[in-house]
Every structure is written in C-alpha cells, then in structure tokens.
Design a protein around this ligand. Structure first.
Ligand SMILES: Cc1cc2nc3c(=O)[nH]c(=O)nc-3n(C[C@H](O)[C@H](O)[C@H](O)COP(=O)(O)OP(=O)(O)OC[C@H]3O[C@@H](n4cnc5c(N)ncnc54)[C@H](O)[C@@H]3O)c2cc1C
Ligand SMILES: Cc1cc2nc3c(=O)[nH]c(=O)nc-3n(C[C@H](O)[C@H](O)[C@H](O)COP(=O)(O)O)c2cc1C
Length: 780
C-alpha cells in the first residue's frame, strides 16, 4: 500500500512510523512544508494514562519520550495571594521539538520517507492509496473537501498567546491576576530542565483595553514580562510565532472521503486547558494504524478508525468545552474562597470529580469537605459538632454474609467511615426549613390521580423515597384548578379533600422519616388537557378535552388544541387558584412550596418569547413577560407562612433560536429574588416541541451555577445527575446548593442510602429497620 501523510506534526510522523513498522512492504511518505526544526509551540503534556496507551503502540518511542520528559504530580493554583496545591495528578511535559525529533528518528529507523519543505497544494496529485491528512488546525484538505467533511468551527471569545519561559515551574501552575484592564489567566508547565510553556489568556475586552490588539510579538513579550515580573522571578519569556489567537473548536461530521482521512487537529481540536491536542493526534495515529492491520481494505479500515475514535474524541471535546467555558467565565468565581476556587478549577471539565480527586489527593478533598461542613454550619445554624456527628466504627462484614444482588453498584470492601460528611450529607437551611442533607427527589408526575386526588400510588412513591434517605422529597406538579391539569391523571389542591389526602402522605413522612416534603404548584396552560405520559406525551386527549388558556393562542403541536388567549379576568382567577392551593398546601403540612414556571406550562409560557406574543402590558420585553408570573408569586408569598420557603422552577433556556437564553434566566432569577423567592430550581427547555437540547451528564447544572454566582441566590441543580460523585462535586464547587434527582430516584428509591453506604457516612435507619445498623451487605 502507498501511504502519503500530509503534515509532519505528531499525528503525521507517528502514523507514518506505526504503519511502516506494522508492514515494511508499505511505501510511506510524510510531506511537511516546513523544516523539522521550524516547529511552533513549546511543550506538550501527556497524562500517565496516555503514556500507557502510547507504550502499547510503540514502546521504543515511549521510552525515548520518557527519557526527555519532565514529570510532575502537583497542580499549583495562585489566587488572591494564596497558593493552593493539589497532588497526585501524574503528568509529563515534553518539548514539542524533541517529540518531533523522536518521531522523525523513528520514521527513519523503520524506513518511512520524510520530505521536508514540501507543501502539498493538491492532494489529488499524490500517488497514494491512502492520504493521511494531518495538516493541522488550518487543514487545507479539510477546506478543500468541506462539502464532504462538513466541518464546524466554533471560534471562542477569549484571547490567548502561547509563550515559553526559562523559568522551570515546579508544578502545573495557574495564575489569576487582576489588573485595571481585567483578569489574566496563566497556564504554565515545565517541559524540560530549563523551559516551561507559559500561556496567557484573557477576555477580549481585557486584551483590547490593555492595547494588545495593536502590538507585535516583541510588544506582547514586553507587556507580559512586565505584568508577570513577580511570577517569572527574573526569568525571560520566549516567543515562537506567539500571536494572540482565539481558540477554534473544530468538529467534522465525517472524517474520511474516498482515500482521504483527517486526523489530529485537522479532524478535531480540544482546548489547550485540557492539554490534549497532541495526545489526541497521536491516539488517532495509533487507531488508524491498528485499523489498517485489522481490516482487509482501506474503506473498512477508515470506517473502523472513525467508529473507534469518535466516541473518545467527542467525550474529550465535551470535557474541553466545559473547561474552556470555565476559563471564559473565571471572573464569575473570583469572589470564592480559595479552597472552593481551587476545587472548582480542578473539577471544571467534569472529568475530575470529588470522588476521583479523593483517590488522587485525599488530603485536599478532606480540606474541601471540612471547609464545606464549616460553611454548612454557618449557613444552617447547626453546630459543627452536630454536623460532624459520630461516625460509626467500621464494621467488618459478618462471616458468611450473603452477596446481595442489587442495583449496579459494586463495592470491593466496606468503606472506612468518613471523618467529616461528604458535602451531600451537610444540612441546608431556607428560612425556617432545615434539611438534613442536600439530596432532593425531583418532582415527577405520576399521572395516577382520579379527580385530582392523590392516592396510595403517590403515598408509596413519596414515602419510599423519604425512607430512602433524601433530605427533601418533592411531590409532583400539583394543579391549582381542574382546568389547569396536564392530564386527567394529575393531582390537585383545589379542594380541602385533596389537601387532606396529601396530608396523610406528608404526616407519614414527617412522622416516620427525617425527610421534609415540598409541593410544586402548577397550571399546565397550553400543555393541558393532554394524555398521561405513557399514552402519548403532550398529545391531545382522544375525548373529554377541556378548554385551555395560554398567553397567546399558539398550539403546542400543530395538531394540539388551540389555547384561548387568557384575559385579565381569567388571570385573576389563576392567581386566586394559586392562593387557594397554597393555603391547602400549608394545611397539608408541606414544608416548601415551589411554583412551576418551567417546561412550557402556563407561567413559563408567559416568560418565553416563543410562546408569549401578547401586545398588552404582559408581552414584549422580559420585564413585561415576567409581570404575571410575579403577580402569582407575590400573591402566593403573601399567604404562604413567612417561616416556610418558596422556590421557583424555571427553564433556563428554551433550546430554540429566538427563545429564552441563560442570560435571560439570570434576570428572571433576579426578579424572583427581589420578590422574596428563596431558591431557583434550574431546569431547561420543554417550551416548544422542536427544541434542540444539548444533553449530557449534569447538562443543566451550568445554568444553576451561573444564576447562583451572578444573582447570589440559592439554586437547585437538576438534569442527568445520577452519581454521588457528581452530587458532591456540584455542591463542593458551589454550582448549586441542592441536587435534584428524578429518574435516578425512580430507579433506586434508596439512592441516598446507597450513597451514604459507599461513602462511609452513617445514615440512621428507621427503628423498624434497626437490625440493618450492623449489617453490611456486599453488592454485586
Ligand atoms: C501556535 C500553536 C502552538 C501550540 N503549542 C502547543 C503547546 O505548547 N503544547 C501543546 O500540547 N500543544 C500545542 N499546540 C497544539 C498542538 O500543537 C496540536 O494539538 C497538535 O500539534 C496536533 O497535531 P497534528 O499533527 O494534528 O497537527 P500539527 O502539529 O499542527 O501538524 C500539522 C503539520 O502539517 C503541516 N502542514 C500543513 N499544511 C501542509 C501542507 N499543505 N503541506 C505540507 N505540510 C503541511 C504543518 O506545517 C504542520 O507541521 C499548539 C498549537 C498551535 C497552533
Ligand atoms: C416521569 C417524570 C415526571 C416528571 N414530572 C415533573 C413534574 O411534575 N414537575 C417538574 O417540574 N418536572 C417533572 N419532571 C422532570 C424532572 O423533575 C427532572 O427535572 C428531569 O427528569 C431531569 O432530571 P433527571 O435527569 O434526574 O431525571 C418529570 C420527569 C419524569 C421522568
């Protein structure tokens, strides 16, 4: 086979060496437009895990790299005059130039041909069965065949410059430096005995205010040496094509076209803050070389390569996206206390969690937990000694304990008790309501009521989860009037009888468990008069429809009932219905009342510009669209007991062009806070059926984080939170005050108890289950 590699970067050189070594009969040529010694950049970073993968593919190259690498374990964070260190991170830095020399030597050793100073202008002209396009971030091959590869380039707003320095940093080092122009971030790491990479990053406006838009490389060096004189400790900065750039995140819908295949930066980029560009490029080379050995022809090898590489690449790009956003928003976190700032930085990409950081650096996590427990004590008024409690002594599993087949949780041994509670097991207070822990059962419609009456199904649903250990259990969206129901199966609070039925459930939970209970009041608006979820979500009823109202006469689906544009008199009735329901909720004994202003129901559809097209005082700008929801809120707040808190669930985004965005959600939260709202329950979407959500692990939490920091109000995070590692991370990083889990709780009513068990934190059982106190099952 004839193989032509365009580009002599890490991807092109490594691939050439691997493919030639795999079968010496292949003719392999690398075309590189520059000389080997012309390379840009300074050092490249590899994690221990990456090195293991490289070693499997080519032990000689990896050994040569290891010999020249500089290793470190620590991350140092310099913040407001303090230095915080976290250890156990296992990285190596290597000079890019050295890496390319090692790879070029390897090519020569195995017989791959290297043609430097050869610019390939026309890949069609190459005499090759396979063209490996590793021509970098500005790939001409990708541009030439863009109709086939369908690239997208997301150019990020921050500015950064890649510099070197003669100061050898002892650890991976971050600086955050405030100046009158704004905040500067530095990412620095050593890559050989006398050199470090020194990346400087700032917001566009900071960079412009500092006058850097008009300076050349020498001007950049002079500016940065002045700004970071203290940090450089007398050392100089070095430039090498060190221009200020905006990071482009590159993705391609397809990675191959005929005999052409994209790899490395040409195919995908990942922000430098996760230090993975070179790693990804080399892993691509390994994967394609392996696919060519395993498959009989080029097309099937290319298909196998893309199938193997796309999932890890996309996963890393998601991590990189979260990380780059953290660096774009760092200003938001500059008031955090140092330990929390460090924790949020370390966990920014979602890959490092409270749980796996504890494995790397238990002391650091112990400090975070101790700090968090102290803060929880101050916030809740609960004595620290009470929060710390008295952890039970470790109990060895009794001899002969049978393995219990259960949920997919596997534990190797009984965990040692934690000296301080993990963040999720600290208290939280809202007005007079004290929650024992921060795990919340999210509201989940059960569609099982008759005439709005909750029944035994609701009893078991809520009681089981309260016994299961959650600090707060939410009853589902409960409607303020019969016409405000989503479906005929939705419960209500428009009658005293309904209040009494709820009271039976609430009394049980209060009497038999340590959980508190919340109610979510709602009016379905244009999504009302629809089927039970399992009969067709938001689909119109086949018979027995009732008239529905909305801010504007726009049906949900084209085939849905057209709502009547609500008039002022009916709006007064909706307010009165909410007030009546709130009174009933208090009589039923609920501890917290939430108003549903999310998911496209009546109040949500006032807030979103997609569903509110009114021309009166309740339509138009956000302040107008918020008028009616605020009227409802105020009226309820006036009758809901002052010692009991109120929250509001919002859809932070509509996930639809022209819809509500995260910046609007901040304003909504601000207005609610000004009217006495205690917490924002931050959900998203479900406003319009053709929404385009970006799902993923804890995908809505960034909105809760933003609202919490920009508004200064308590937030509840919800949406694809399912592991206790994520819950502890979200809380300790200050992304939310409470975590709501819906489907994870449906799956496992004892979710909180399982978390407590695995984290070694004792959670008292009800008396009836006392014999479990010393029983330690082994889950398989
Ligand atoms: C200015 C800059 C500095 C960087 N510094 C660092 C750093 O310090 N540390 C780090 O980890 N990562 C750094 N990166 C990112 C990292 O270099 C890339 O993620 C990684 O090199 C990707 O490898 P690659 O082989 O895909 O592409 P590249 O390394 O970009 O290699 C592509 C090669 O193709 C050649 N080429 C392009 N077009 C043609 C053509 N038509 N004909 C022939 N040859 C061609 C280019 O000259 C280049 O040598 C830097 C990137 C840039 C742009
Ligand atoms: C069956 C079901 C019913 C739901 N009912 C409600 C509801 O009544 N009110 C509400 O605000 N959200 C409701 N939701 C949304 C959940 O509260 C939660 O926001 C969503 O499921 C995302 O969380 P998860 O990923 O933990 O499941 C419901 C979700 C499910 C799965």
């Amino acid at each position: 086979m004839k193989v032509a590699c365009i580009g002599g970067g890490p991807a092109g050189l490594f691939f050439a060496a691997l493919v030639k070594r795999a079968d010496p009969r292949h003719e392999v040529v690398v075309y590189e437009r520059n000389r080997l010694e012309d390379t840009f950049g300074f050092g490249v970073v590899f994690s221990d895990a990456t090195e293991d993968a490289l070693r499997d593919a080519d032990p000689e190259v990896t050994a040569a790299m290891a010999e020249k690498s500089h290793r470190w374990d620590d991350i140092e964070i310099h913040y407001h005059g303090q230095t915080l260190t976290s250890t156990g991170h296992g990285f190596s830095g290597l000079s890019r130039r050295t890496l390319l020399e090692i790879l070029a030597d390897r090519c020569k050793a195995v017989g791959a041909k290297l043609c430097f100073e050869r610019d390939i202008a026309d890949p069609e002209a190459l005499d090759a069965d396979l063209v490996f396009a590793a021509d970098g971030v500005n790939s001409q091959v990708r541009e030439r065949y863009q109709a086939h590869f369908e690239p997208t380039i997301d150019t990020r707003p921050n500015r950064f410059v890649w510099l070197g320095t003669t100061r050898p940093f002892p650890a991976f080092t971050f600086y955050f430096k405030g100046t009158p122009h704004g905040l500067w971030r530095v990412h620095a790491y050593q890559y050989d005995r006398e050199r470090s990479t020194f990346i400087v990053e700032a917001r566009e406006e900071t960079w412009r205010a500092a006058g850097l838009a008009d300076v050349d490389e020498a001007g950049t060096i002079a500016f940065c040496e002045r700004l970071f004189a203290e940090e450089l400790k007398g050392h100089r900065l070095i430039s090498n094509r060190s221009l200020w750039r905006s990071f482009p995140t590159i993705r391609n819908a397809h990675w191959s076209h005929g005999r052409m295949v994209l790899a490395g930066d040409a195919a995908h980029t990942a922000h430098f803050s996760v230090g993975s560009g070179t790693k990804l490029a080399m892993e691509d080379a390994i994967a394609l070389a392996a696919a060519l050995s395993a498959h009989p022809d080029v097309p099937s090898a290319l298909a196998a390569y893309e199938a193997a590489r796309r999932p890890p690449v996309e996963s890393l790009q998601r991590a990189a996206q979260a990380s780059l956003q953290w660096f774009e928003d760092t200003e938001r976190y500059m008031d955090l206390e140092p330990i929390q700032f460090a924790f949020t930085l370390l966990t920014r990409s979602l890959r490092v969690t409270h749980q796996n950081l504890k494995v790397r650096d238990p002391e650091f996590v112990a400090k975070v937990d101790a700090w968090f427990a102290q803060k929880a004590s101050e916030q809740s008024g609960v004595e620290l000694s009470t929060i710390l409690g008295r952890p039970a002594a470790p109990v060895p599993p009794p001899a002969g304990t049978a393995a219990v087949s259960h949920t997919p949780i596997a534990v190797a041994s009984v965990p040692a008790p934690a000296p301080v509670p993990p963040p999720m097991f600290t208290p939280f207070k809202l007005r007079g309501l004290l929650l024992e822990n921060r795990v919340v059962v999210s509201p989940m419609s059960q569609y099982s009521a008759v005439d709005g009456m909750p029944n035994d199904w609701h009893f078991q649903h809520l009681a089981a989860r309260a016994v299961g250990g959650a600090g707060l259990v939410f009853a589902e969206m409960t409607d303020v009037s019969p016409e405000g129901r989503i479906s005929p199966g939705c419960p209500g609070l428009w009658t005293r009888k309904q209040a009494d039925a709820w009271k039976r459930i609430v009394d049980f939970i209060h009497g038999e468990t340590r959980a508190k209970v919340a109610i979510q009041l709602g009016h379905a608006g244009r999504k009302g008069s629809t089927r039970r979820m399992w009969e067709g979500d938001v689909q119109p009823l086949p018979e027995g429809e009732w008239p529905i109202v909305a801010p504007s006469a726009i049906p949900y689906f084209p085939h849905s009932q057209v709502p009547r544009e609500i008039q002022r008199k009916e709006m007064d009735k909706v307010i009165a219905d909410h007030v009546r329901a709130a009174r009933h909720a208090d009589q039923a004994g609920f501890d917290l009342l939430e108003i549903h202003m999310a998911h496209g129901y009546l109040l949500a559809s006032f807030i979103s510009p997609l569903t509110n097209q009114r021309t009166d005082a309740y339509g138009g700008p956000l302040e107008n669209r918020m008028l009616f929801p605020l009227e409802v809120f105020e009226a309820v707040r006036a009758v809901w007991p002052p010692e009991k808190p109120m929250s509001v669930r919002i859809s932070a985004v509509d996930w639809y062009p022209g819809g509500h965005g995260p910046e609007d959600a901040v304003e909504v939260a601000r207005m609610l806070q000004a009217n006495g709202c205690d917490a924002i329950d931050v959900s998203a979407g479900q406003t319009v059926p053709d929404q385009r959500p970006v799902y993923g692990r804890i995908f809505q939490t960034p909105f809760a984080d933003r609202i919490r920091h920009e508004v200064g109000i308590a937030t509840m995070a919800v949406g694809n939170i399912s592991s206790y590692a994520d819950v502890n991370t979200i809380l300790a990083a200050g992304r939310a005050d409470l975590c709501l889990l819906a489907r994870a709780h449906m799956w496992d009513p004892y979710w909180t108890r399982h978390a407590a068990f695995e984290l070694g934190w004792p959670l008292p059982w009800p008396d009836q289950y006392h014999s479990l106190e010393r029983f330690r099952p082994r889950f398989v």
